[in-house]
Design a protein. Structure first.
Length: 145
């Protein structure tokens, strides 16, 4: 399986993840929104004026680039260890790793606190749902592209 195949699958999975986040946030079911979190963080770091459109555009770009990078990392791992790209036994631990990295690295760096506590006490669970969606769509796309 090529790196382009895996990166494409990861970007599509990231798009589904972002869509689920946006829908849940707009319906008031979720307190966290991946695109807003990414976009607001970027705008703050760049010192730009906060605007909804800018937050969404930057947030989506950052989220999809991050998804692509995670696809490259996945490709490197499966290539290095000669693993099956479509094995749920490979994908699941990788997605759990991504979820934990989100909780203990990305969210604190973005100013949301450890496990995203500033977004609500169930942020960790929302992130688990998002990452589960990513994992399922990633597996599906790897198998169908």
């Amino acid at each position: 399986m090529s790196v382009l195949h895996i990166v494409t699958a990861a970007v599509i999975a990231g798009a589904f993840m972002a869509l689920a986040s946006e829908i849940g946030y707009r319906l008031g079911m979720l307190k966290s929104n991946l695109i807003i979190t990414d976009g607001a963080f970027a705008i703050e770091r760049l010192g730009w004026k906060r605007g909804t459109a800018t937050i969404y555009v930057l947030g989506l770009i950052i989220h999809l680039i991050t998804s692509a990078i995670f696809g490259v990392i996945y490709y490197a791992i499966i290539s290095l260890f000669d693993l099956s790209a479509t094995s749920i036994y490979v994908i699941a631990p990788y997605v759990v790793f991504l979820w934990l990295a989100m909780l203990f690295v990305a969210l604190p760096i973005s100013g949301q606190g450890m496990v995203g506590q500033k977004m609500g006490r169930f942020s960790w669970m929302e992130q688990l749902v998002f990452h589960t969606i990513f994992g399922i769509v990633f597996w599906w796309m790897l198998d169908t592209l």
